[in-house]
Ligand binder design. Structure first.
Ligand SMILES: Cc1cc2nc3c(=O)[nH]c(=O)nc-3n(C[C@H](O)[C@H](O)[C@H](O)COP(=O)(O)OP(=O)(O)OC[C@H]3O[C@@H](n4cnc5c(N)ncnc54)[C@H](O)[C@@H]3O)c2cc1C
Length: 423
């Protein structure tokens, strides 16, 4: 195709810290001129390297062995899988993207996506717990924190010793997060927090919470600052535990701050920079929701594929019917496309590039695909898709969060359009 946009992913040199998917080129190229010097003429290498494949295999084995047998029991009871999360910490999976000097695994977003995808393929609840902990709470402290804050908090969060949560959403401000009402007032050497956050993942189990509050009402989004709150701080308490449609083993909490006094040094980042920093954090967070979506879409697809070969009607397997084959073909194709968008965003992040548009595209597309796959998964199972003996039903419930959390599909389209219309 003449003048098409070409992106080339190549394995890194051996000294590269993390990803094999390094985006080295994204430019218009005229294919009629043939291969350029020193490369194969635009070959795309989409393969995970050996270490990444090993990571994928290990996480899959862990998820099949330690998570799968308990999934429905946790779901029915709304039970937070604390012991399993601590095990993930020991495996380095609660700090995949952070340097080893801060207790992390020293890997990148490609590895992080791979891990969240594999966990979510078995249980989206575990996927979202890891995602909120890693790319929202810990990453906010890692990116905006000073050295003392990183040493004090990231080193414990990245190992899973601490569990983290991130509170931006309030009862009256969700998509319009800039209209937050929670306040932080400076009083001597302290900040005093007052307000309520809602829908906070991990809220009841978090040792550390990053919370956004208004420090200067007149400055609108430049008057919102981020703070680190430790769980036992006087004046802070988790409130209502949400009773949810899906992802029921993950914890979704109200957070209540009543004259909650925290030391001045718990201001995270510059005063007034909390909101712009949060948007930067969400660029990474949205990649993790894309990975969560991808994993659940794969789980739903694999269950449907397996069932379609076993279930017989009219004297043959239902996979022999073209109507079922087309559903499976569409699911597999769209999952592949979602994976490519997600890995592109992850590899760009690892290459240090800005990913606002690519993260939103990955999150938007992967989440919509996941909802569609889970829906078709139930349809392929027929009546058995509606009952809890088969996994289709749970994927159908769990996956809907993906088009809502960390910005709804409508907000992702706004973000993408804003980027497209920028210049
Ligand atoms: C299980 C779960 C876990 C969550 N975890 C966290 C967390 O850890 N931390 C956190 O801070 N938040 C968390 N959230 C909150 C989540 O990010 C918000 O629910 C989400 O951003 C949407 O906000 P809202 O629910 O207030 O919906 P609203 O903003 O009220 O939106 C309602 C509808 O209006 C649409 N809409 C709003 N504005 C526009 C617009 N400008 N144009 C077009 N349509 C629009 C939306 O797309 C949606 O369809 C979580 C939510 C859930 C359900």
């Amino acid at each position: 195709m003449q003048g098409s946009d070409t992106c080339i992913f190549v394995p890194p040199v051996t000294s590269a810290p993390s990803s094999s998917y390094v985006l080295i080129e994204f430019q218009s190229r005229d294919s009629s001129v043939g291969p350029r010097d020193g490369n194969s003429g635009g070959t795309l290498d989409f393969q995970l390297n050996e270490e990444q494949l090993q990571l994928k295999k290990s996480v899959r084995e862990f998820a099949e062995r330690e998570i799968k047998p308990h999934v429905m029991e946790w779901d029915e009871a709304g039970e937070f899988p604390l012991a399993t999360i601590k095990e993930l910490g020991k495996l380095g999976l609660m700090g995949t993207i952070f340097p080893q000097e801060y207790g992390g695994a020293g890997m990148g977003y490609v590895e992080y996506v791979t891990a969240v995808e594999e966990l979510s393929r078995v249980d989206g609840s575990v996927g979202i717990i890891v995602a909120a902990h890693t790319s929202l709470c810990t990453n906010h402290i890692f990116l905006a924190g000073n050295e003392a804050q990183k040493q004090k908090y990231v080193s414990k969060l990245a190992t899973g010793e601490f569990i983290g949560a991130w509170g931006l959403t309030e009862p009256s401000s969700g998509s319009d997060a800039g209209s937050a009402r929670m306040t932080a007032v400076r009083r001597g050497k302290n900040w005093v927090l007052n307000g309520t956050k809602t829908f906070c993942t991990n809220g009841h189990y978090a040792d550390v919470i990053v919370v956004l509050a208004v420090t200067d009402r007149t400055a609108h989004t430049h008057g919102i600052s981020a703070f680190i709150v430790e769980k036992d701080t006087k004046g802070f308490r988790p409130g209502k535990k949400e009773n949810k449609l899906g992802l029921r083993a993950s914890d979704t909490a109200e957070l209540i701050f009543e004259d909650c006094v925290i030391p001045a040094e718990n201001l995270l980042g510059a005063e007034g920079q909390g909101f712009p920093d949060s948007m930067r954090i969400l660029d990474g967070g949205r990649i993790s929701i894309a990975a969560l979506s991808l994993g659940m879409a794969e789980g739903a697809y694999e269950a449907a594929l397996k069932y379609s070969k076993q279930r017989r009607q009219f004297g043959k397997a239902i996979s022999d019917f073209q109507a079922i084959q087309w559903k499976l073909a569409d699911m597999a194709t769209e999952i592949d496309a979602a994976m490519l968008l997600t890995m592109r965003a992850a590899s760009m992040k690892d290459a240090g590039l800005k990913t606002t548009q690519e993260s939103s595209m990955a999150k938007l597309y992967a989440s919509e695909v996941a909802v569609k796959c889970a829906n078709e998964g139930v349809q392929i199972h027929g009546g058995y898709g509606f009952i809890k003996d088969y996994p289709a039903e749970k994927f159908y419930r769990d996956v809907k969060l993906c088009t809502i959390g960390e910005g709804t599909s409508e907000i992702q389209r706004l973000v993408i359009a804003r980027q497209l219309l920028r210049d």
